[in-house]
Design a protein around this ligand. Sequence first.
Ligand SMILES: [Ca+2]
Ligand SMILES: [Ca+2]
Ligand SMILES: [Ca+2]
Ligand SMILES: [Ca+2]
Length: 303
Amino acid sequence: MIQLKMTSGDSGTETTINICCKNICSITRVLISKIAFVSDRDGNGEIYVMNADGSNQTQLTNTDVFVLNNAPAWSPDGQKIAFASTRDGIVNSEIYVMNADGSNPINLTNNSAFDSQPAWSPDGQKIAFVSDRDGVDEIYVMNADGSSPINLTNNSAFDSQPSWSPDGQRIAFVSNRDGIDEIYVMNADGSNPINLTNNSAFDSQPAWSPDGQKIAFVSDRDGIDEIYVMNADGSNPLRLTNNLATDSQPTWSPDGQKIAFASNRDGGLLEIYVMNADGSNPTQLTNTQGLSTQPTWSLFIRP
Ligand SMILES: [Ca+2]
Ligand SMILES: [Ca+2]
Ligand SMILES: [Ca+2]
Ligand SMILES: [Ca+2]
């Protein structure tokens, strides 16, 4: 049998063609993606990466014990990871970009304000983030090299947790402008914000599905934090988790079939789980000393 492996840097797929007796007997195509996350298993919050089945957990940042590295965000091509770090001062979080193997971290924000929660635009050109540089948490967008930051949510409310739509036209986010945390969607230039979760519960942590049709989020509307999914216009919210533990921080697999999340359902600290996108078959991926949190699924990794 002759085995041909073909990799595509543009699609992030690896195709294996098995040829026996001049006939192709099988073709398998694998989308290569990974999950970045945060763990304090070595004493402080560091960025890690693992395969989507939980294997090969690898530490990418390694800073002093008082430093918090968090909020990993993949570039769309899987080559880089943006993240927030307090390595330049405990009350001065900055946004950094490093290569996906942890090398060459570069400070993109470089100011005395608290800069956090980076989110890469689907075309890779921009990074949305949160900063209090103008007095209160606002969502900004800057070029991916850190230049030209623009305030998209210029009002007295707290605005945070940006999540791009896959077409790059809109940004879902969280704001307390109507009294408590709700999920909004605005155009990518900050115009036309719409409240999608207009009820008395706290709704947060929006994550846009890869096909653009749905938004996963967290709500306490049934008494405790659970993961829900709704249509991107806010209609038809469905609960995916249902237990007395905290379930939070949903992130979609690149094919939209699965959702990774953080939960303390095993009775300890937060660990990372994955479930089918309908909530079935939750499976634990991390189980170490300390907590593991903020899972972020890459769109793909270039083979
Ligand atoms: Ca800063
Ligand atoms: Ca605001
Ligand atoms: Ca609400
Ligand atoms: Ca729960």
